[in-house]
Design a protein around this ligand. Structure first.
Ligand SMILES: *Cc1c(COP(=O)(O)O)cnc(C)c1O
Length: 413
């Protein structure tokens, strides 16, 4: 049974039935899934959720599918780790890492959105799925699409990291490497989506796809013992994840699972691509598109589709935006690894570095509860760290050679 009432334009509030459409015919505003919260309230309780399988479908009444979940039974319910070492280093009392680098089939939070998108694509009767991707979405659509038996067309900027390309190719999708940046790839895909009857997960299926991101927020609340934190720091590409984390808090309040939301949401971006955090800092909700130039390629969207709404969510919550340089991103990846044993991709470096700055500037108070969203695994972007880590010790295969090196080490870790 579905509690979806339909789609609604975020600008003019015109309503639409559940179909693979994504913009309002009248004002071109983006469409958003709306639910019957009174109905959901009667069936979805903490106790019901706690008894369900440890994947994102434990919140299924708040996801836009009609029948049984068909894809992504291994996605979601990632760890929320109390990051004591990192919080000591940053000088705050209580810090948590929501760790989407693990437990998903392709090791990034995109497995959440793709699980919902592909289930919906199947319900709509599509046999081909497609996407425009900065890397992680390509992995997830390639992998989950393979398992679910879809034909797959994956469009990426040709300049993506070599390891990110291999990690898509291994699932043998039709991979199209476009000579252009993500925004150009995305524009091309909109044209293709108009012509071919394919489920482009982040274009014509976008309203449904994006709902999957809410589960990142639901899990944070559940894993904190059914409480909303004081602060959440979220990496932004299109800005969708951020808006959906905000929606997840409001929905849990709406259906009575939590009573109070005083959470501030913070947008983290790389300085080389910071249209959202820059707008927030400048006190405007006009997003100025930029040409991305950063090692954080998974966040490199210069013209973010949900930038305006992300800015609004941040402002409504009382949060802020922060951007960080490429060297700060590298340092933060290493900081998270050496304090918490988590190897994050560049996007996670952006979040950790931004959190550090927000604490130092007093925007995040040291005695509050803060959750840092780490959204993708570092094994995917190893190139970013080449020449940036410590070096190994090279020895001959004998004890004397080892001890020669050992004696030279100044402070053994
Ligand atoms: C896609 C992505 C995000 C955020 O994407 P939005 O477009 O803002 O929803 C964050 N981190 C990683 C690793 C991603 O791949």
């Amino acid at each position: 049974m579905s509690y979806v009432k339909g789609l609604k334009c975020r600008e003019c509030n015109r309503e639409y039935p559940v179909e693979p459409v994504y913009v309002c015919e009248f004002c071109f505003g983006p469409l958003e899934v709306i639910y019957d919260y009174n109905g959901i309230k009667k069936v979805l309780t903490k106790e019901v959720i706690e008894k369900r399988g440890q994947n994102l479908w434990r919140y299924r009444e708040l996801l836009p599918i009609d029948g049984e979940p068909q894809v992504g039974l291994q996605s979601g319910y990632t760890p929320l780790l109390k990051a004591d070492n990192l919080s000591r280093e940053l000088g705050v009392k209580e810090l948590y890492v929501k760790d989407d680098t693990v437990a998903h089939p392709t090791l990034s939070f995109k497995d959440r959105v793709v699980a919902v998108a592909l289930t919906k694509a199947r319900e709509f009767g599509f046999d081909t799925v497609a996407c425009a991707s900065t890397g992680n979405l390509a992995h997830s659509v390639s992998a989950q699409g393979a398992k679910a038996g879809f034909k797959r067309f994956i469009f990426i900027p040709a300049t993506l990291e070599a390891s990110k390309i291999v990690a898509s190719l291994v699932y043998e999708p039709n991979l199209i490497a476009v000579d252009g940046n993500y925004d150009e790839v995305n524009r091309l895909c909109s044209e293709i989506a108009n012509k071919y009857r394919w489920a482009f997960v982040n274009i014509n299926i976008r309203p449904f796809y994006a709902e999957g991101s809410k589960t990142h927020g639901f899990e944070i609340i559940e894993q904190l013992g059914w409480k909303a934190p004081d602060n959440i720091v979220v990496p932004c590409a299109s800005g969708s994840l951020l808006t959906k984390i905000w929606k997840s808090l409001k929905e849990f309040k709406e259906i009575g699972i939590i009573h109070d939301v005083q959470t501030r949401i913070f947008a983290a971006q790389a300085t080389g691509c910071s249209p959202i955090s820059t707008a927030i800092k400048q006190g405007t909700d006009v997003i100025r598109p930029v040409k991305p130039n950063t090692i954080a390629k998974s966040l490199a969207i210069g013209n973010p589709a949900d930038g305006f709404y992300a800015t609004q969510a941040v402002n409504e919550s009382g949060g802020y935006g922060e951007d960080v340089s490429d060297p700060e991103i590298i340092e933060a990846i290493k900081l998270l690894a050496r304090t918490e044993g988590i190897f994050s991709e560049t996007a996670g470096g952006v979040t950790v570095a931004a959190t550090k700055k927000l604490i130092e500037s007093g925007r995040i108070a040291r005695d509050e509860v803060t959750v840092v969203c780490i959204t993708g695994n570092g094994l995917k972007t190893q190139e970013a760290l080449h020449g940036q880590t410590i070096s190994p010790y090279y020895i001959k295969p004998n004890l004397a050679s080892f001890e020669e090196v050992l004696n030279k080490m100044k402070n053994v870790k």
